[in-house]
Design a protein around this ligand. Structure first.
Ligand code: FE
Length: 163
């Protein structure tokens, strides 16, 4: 039984960084056809602190390409989406590359609804060498990542405020 003392921790925030752009297109697949890189599928749920799924939560993702470069002119490797009625989301993308001092990461913003606070964070990859030295690395937002036939599958559940 879920009691008041057993609330989930909110997902840890990590700074937005310099490359966020508002107005990303709504889509689950953020890769232009023919883009080089390891295929990455990221899936999970958006939950409230009681562990209940948040239907139709908003998620906005952006990340570097396979050379460690952001598209700051357009919206390649950027996109927002809404979780389904069970709070589930699925992002189809490629694995980003680390850049400068940064460990490999995927940026995310998540919001339960129009009136709730926006969580801004970064998701990290287990085993990345730079996890040990990146001052922004957050062990609480390391994804579960497995190899698949044609790439990698990552999972991460977000826990956000609903008011
Ligand atoms: Fe970044």
């Amino acid at each position: 039984m879920m009691s008041a003392e057993r609330k989930l921790e909110l997902t840890a925030a990590v700074e937005e960084g310099p490359y966020y752009k508002t107005g990303s297109p709504e889509r689950n697949n953020i890769v232009d056809p023919g883009t080089p890189g390891i295929k990455l599928v990221l899936e999970g749920r958006v939950l409230d602190r009681n562990g209940q799924p948040i239907p139709h939560a908003w998620l906005d993702f952006w990340h570097a390409d396979a050379t460690g470069t952001y598209d700051n002119k357009g919206y390649h490797l950027r996109g927002h989406q809404y979780a389904d009625k069970d709070g589930r989301y699925r992002l189809e993308t490629i694995r980003p590359k680390d850049y400068l001092f940064r460990a490999t990461h995927v940026h995310a913003k998540v919001r339960a609804n129009e009136n709730s606070a926006i969580l801004t964070t970064q998701l990290f990859f287990p085993g990345d060498k730079k996890n040990a030295t990146d001052p922004l690395f957050e062990k609480l937002t390391v994804m579960d990542v497995r190899d698949t036939k044609d790439g990698q599958k990552a999972t991460f559940d977000f826990v956000v405020e609903t008011n």
